[in-house]
Structure formats: structure tokens, C-alpha cells
Design a protein around this ligand. Sequence first.
Ligand code: GLA
Length: 420
Amino acid sequence: MGQGGEAPAQTTQETRVAALRQAFQERFGEAPRFVSRAPGRVNLIGEHTDYNGGFVFPVAINRTVLMAVAGPEAGATPGEVRIISKEYDRESVFNLNNLEKAPEAERWTNYVRGVAWALGQRGLLDPATLSGARIMLESDVPQGAGLSSSAALEIATALALFQLAGTPAASLNRAKIALACQLAENGFVGANTGIMDQFISALGQPDSALLIDTRSLEYRAVPLGFADRGLKLVAVNSAVPHRHDTGGYNQRRAECEEAARYLAQVYGKPENSQLRDFTLEQLLGVQGKLAPTPFKRARHVITEDARTLKTVEILERGFAHESDLSTFGRLLRESHESMRLDFEITVPEVDLLVELAWNQPGVVGARMTGGGFGGCTVNVVEEKALDAFSEQVWQKYRQETGLDARMYIFDAVEGGSILE
Ligand code: GLA
């Protein structure tokens, strides 16, 4: 990309792994036993549908958490985990026999502690059977950008703990691991998030997005086919950080549940029905009776599920119809508008970023991606238009907000793995 706000050229994973191994060696005086890796994600479409039993269509990206791991130091207290963040030179110590929330200054380790706790809760791995660990972690998933840096940390942790327990990654039930990592987030960290981020980080596939039915957890990989069409997947970070464990996200979830309860009553469906179980016609049937806020939230979710399935259809037929590319772009745009007006989770800076993208030649489509209240946009851009896109969007965004938009070009990669 040309000058402007592009993020610094990415160091290859190989280089990062080598540097991490070296830093581990220097710090602990011996080599790590293995490195566990897990990717962040961008969601192409299907936002805030996952905790409503609906469909999501995310991509695992070539930005990853890496964890170098060895057993405990000789003479360490049984169960002791010593974890160091390579980038921030921070250290935290906790014990697998006594998993508690970290003090505020070490809250970055709650995802690690929480996963150990959740695997135990789910009966997948008893953390007390592990002798302990030394971990050094490094991540190039932008934090607070809505790219699931925390889910990547959770999946990398889960794979590392299984590896320490002698269970090879290939034999694991990854859907169950994703569910346990979601439990870590919900029951330990305290963010009421859905299953999407952990699932894609565990199960992502190269060059593909995954259509996930978040109720049955059935999924299938759909090739993006972008390379054949000279298209690139670009995320633009608004530099407005987001956080889920407070406020808006949990509130949206409650509003969706309120709408689903109301619809279930009216249409005589089981009490535990979710918005997934209702059609737009059924929702429109209660307009004026259901309170306006839950009504709008439900309208977003129900129409978003339909847009997601439509998008999948287009990609699966390889953009075969002449209008497919423009329909794809329109669906992304409608998704954004629905998040802006009905779900009310966008912020003015993010709205500006998508508008700048929409006005830029060579942009197929753009929308906010992730939980909202800041974070990133996802853009599908013609490769030949990338330089101008990057320059123009960065400059105009800077002029209007004073903020530096960061650009990332992503490839779709495989989900978490162990590098021996
Ligand atoms: C966050 C959550 C996901 C999902 C998205 C919104 O990323 O972790 O479960 O709800 O927001 O689509």
C-alpha cells in the first residue's frame, strides 16, 4: 500500500516464532517445549447474531497470538504457572490448583487463567493434573480493535494446556474447546459474548470464511475466491478502542432476549426461543406492540441472518451471476446501516470510515466488523485500487477526526495449531 496509515509491514510468523523462542531461552535459560499459535478474526458478515442462535461468517486472519511453553522450573510449587508478555515485559504468577481472577494490573492474564478454569469446569482437562508451566506470549493481533485478540489468546492457551497434558492437537474436539473458551470469557472474565470468535480462532481454514450455525455448531468452509478476482480483504482500525466487559454489549444481548421472549409469547413458541426462530414477517406483526428498542434490535438480528445466508450463497457460487459482486457490496452496506440505525453499536468515527470507503473507487463493500462501539471496519477492495484507498481514507479520516486510521491487509489462515 502507499503512504498513509498502513500498519508496519508484518514480520513473518517464522521470524516471530524464532524471536520468541530466543527470548524464552534468554529468560528461562532453556528452550521452550513448543509454541502454540491462534489467530484473530474479522467477521465478513453476521454481526450480533451468534448469541441469538443465528449465522456468522468470519475469517481467521494472519495475525496471531504465539505462546512459547515449557513445564515448570525445577523446584517450583506444584501447579505454578509463570507467564510473561514478551512485548510488555510483564509477568504474572498463578496456580492451577487455585484459579482466581488476577489483580487489576495483571488482568491480561485472566483469559489464560479463565481457560484453565473453564476446561476443568467442562470436564475436558483437569488443570490440577498439570504440574505447572512457564509461558512467554507475544501477539500481533491489534488489541481493542474488534479483531478478537482475546479469543486468540484463549485458544492458544487451550491448545497449550492440552499439549502440556500430552493430548495432541489433532485429536481434540475443537468445537468443545471453543465452547470452553467462551465459558472462560462469560464465566471468568465477565463478558457475555457469543461463540463466534473462539470458534473461528479454533477452526478457521485457509483462504476461506466459515459459515457457522451458532445453534447447532455445524459449519462449512466457503472459499473466498478473492485472489481470482483481484480482491483484497482490508481492515481499517478507527483507533477508537472498544471493550466488551462493560455496558453496551451485554445490554444489546438483554434487549435481544427481551424481544425473543415477547415473540415467543405472542406466537406460542417455547420460552427459550431465540431471535433465530422468528421471521421478519412475525416481527413486523408485533410492530407497535413490542417496545421500539427491542423491536429495532430484533429487526437487525433477523435481517442480518438473511444477509449472511445470502452472502454465503453468492460466494459459494463463485460470484457467477453478473450482479453478484454488487449485491455482495450492497449486503455489506445494508449490514452496516442496520448496525448503525437499528442496533446502534457504531460510533461516528466508524461510520465515517465506511462512508469514506463507500465513496472510494474500487471498493466492493465495507462495514463495521466485530462487537462495535469502536474498533475496525472490514473492506473488500480491488487490489489495483489499494494504494489510493489507503491514502485517501487515511488522509480524509485524519482531517475530520485527527485520528490515525491503521490499515491491515488480511489473508485467511488456518485455526490454532501447535508448532513443535
Ligand atoms: C464480539 C463477540 C462475538 C459476537 C460479536 C458481534 O466479537 O465476542 O461473540 O457477538 O461481538 O457479532
